[in-house]
Design a protein around this ligand. Structure first.
Ligand code: SF4
Length: 448
């Protein structure tokens, strides 16, 4: 099993698959380069393929690759030192002693190659003249996860989980997870926590969950307080700060008619920070990073509630990762915002003391009404429709949890059935609607 903490990675915006993943790949490649004996005159060439080429510039992929090649990691990214290193690289034209690299010229976009293993493909090569000295193919498989061609070819041709841990309660489906909960007489978060105990000491898991929650809440706060126009050229203005100010003048957070406003403002705060390249937590991706924090901030008041929320949501996220995909380039937005909505609905149902069956029902409802959701970001930026879509997703998650709690037993549609339906729908969806900005809003909204 993967750890639930693998579903929540601290990184930088605007995209987990197009920023965080490529930065991690590039950083790994740098480590390989450092161990190679390279002859004088060697040169580095990076080729972005598929969705990474189509929406790479809007999602900041070339810049993320350069940052990774210079040794920066998403978790510890510091913009000041990154800019200093970039200036030095541009001035010297050398990534490492003897290895030439020009960030402006040596990152190519390949719009023609369609990789069957995964649409987010990267080729990294060291060349000496026309001769390739060393080359690797990597894939950014969504949510900041990465895999090499060797891994995907040998172990998991359809891009499923690449590595894992031995745990006492492994599960490969929602049915198995529910059966475990029933046999153990435990809620889902307790089952998952027992698995985490096999990976690291309990105290470290709890600290990890608390850190994830703290980064999420800090991201909301920055987004609530930061005014301005988002980068990228669409001239999208941040809306969260103004709505936040209006809400501060209101009566109480519990006014029923303003429930949507609270969820909206928290979700938009995160996604505006994400669009600006700020620090966010993948949940399960950057594009969908606002939904879980919004629901958590509004409904969870204690550390215990936040841990329960994240453990339960993480367990549901693992099911999507194992049985389908959380990559917008593979599944469309149903694999990002849809999955986040499903995870948040489950987490909230757990915090509201729903039974394991009700929690699974909440997750099912959260996805069922996102099936078919396309990915068509205007200008290749993670702004329109992404920011509002997270606000809608947060509200939908709360409603899914409410609906689930009013139904005691199993629904007509199981969580496994809806995950499989999402997977099949994603496979059938035209590539125009899978993070390529070749269809939908991306071609019908004028960029100006
Ligand atoms: S439309 Fe959805 S999947 Fe596509 S970039 Fe935006 S949030 Fe991500």
């Amino acid at each position: 099993m993967l750890s639930v903490l693998d579903m929540f990675r601290v990184g930088v915006g605007p995209s987990s698959s197009h920023t965080v993943g490529p930065m991690r790949i590039a950083l790994r490649f740098r480590r390989t380069l450092e161990a190679l004996a390279l002859p004088p005159g060697a040169r580095l060439l990076i080729t972005l393929q598929g969705s990474l080429a189509f929406t790479g510039h809007g999602h900041g992929t070339p810049r993320a690759v350069v940052m990774g090649l210079m040794g920066h990691a998403p978790e510890t990214f510091d913009v000041v030192s990154a800019e200093r290193d970039l200036a030095a690289l541009v001035a010297s034209g050398q990534l490492l002693p003897g290895l030439g690299f020009d960030p402006a010229a040596d990152i190519a976009l390949d719009f023609d190659t369609r990789e069957l293993l995964h649409p987010n493909a990267m080729r990294l090569e060291v060349l000496l003249g026309p001769m390739a000295l060393h080359g690797e193919d990597w894939f950014s498989t969504g949510g900041g996860f990465i895999a090499s061609r060797r891994q995907l070819d040998a172990d998991a041709p359809a891009d499923r989980v690449q590595a894992g841990h031995d745990v006492p309660h492994p599960f490969g489906s929602a049915a198995e997870l529910l059966a475990l909960a029933e046999r153990l007489g435990q809620p889902l978060d307790a089952v998952v926590l027992a698995n985490e105990d096999a990976i690291r000491p309990r105290v470290e898991t709890l600290a990890g969950l608390d850190h994830v929650a703290a980064v999420m809440l800090a991201c909301i706060q920055r987004g609530l307080e930061t005014h301005g126009i988002l980068p990228g050229g669409l001239k999208v203005e941040r809306r969260a700060p103004l709505l936040w100010q209006q809400l501060q003048q209101g009566r109480s957070e519990n006014e029923p008619e303003r429930l949507f406003d609270w969820l909206n403002v928290y979700a938009m705060a995160v996604n505006e920070e994400n669009a600006a390249g700020g620090q966010v937590v993948t949940a399960p991706t950057n594009g969908a990073a606002g939904i879980l924090p919004a629901v958590m901030r509004h409904y969870c008041e204690t550390d215990d509630q936040r841990r329960r929320f994240l453990l339960t949501a993480g367990a549901i996220g693992l099911l999507y990762k194992q049985r389908a995909s959380i990559s917008g380039a593979e599944m469309g937005c149903q694999g990002e915002v849809g999955v986040a909505c499903s995870m948040a609905a489950a987490g909230l149902a757990a915090v509201w003391n729903g039974s394991p069956v009700q929690v699974a029902n909440a997750a099912e409802i959260g996805m069922e009404h996102n099936l078919g959701l396309t990915c068509d970001p205007v200008g290749g930026l993670v702004q329109i429709p992404c920011i509002e879509r997270n606000a809608i997703g947060a509200v939908k998650a709360a409603n899914a949890a409410r609906l689930a709690l009013h139904r005691p037993g199993h629904g007509r549609v199981s969580l496994d059935q809806v995950i499989e339906t999402m997977r099949q729908t994603g496979i059938d969806m035209s590539h125009k609607y899978k993070e390529t900005s070749q269809g939908g809003l991306a071609v019908n909204v004028v960029e100006c």
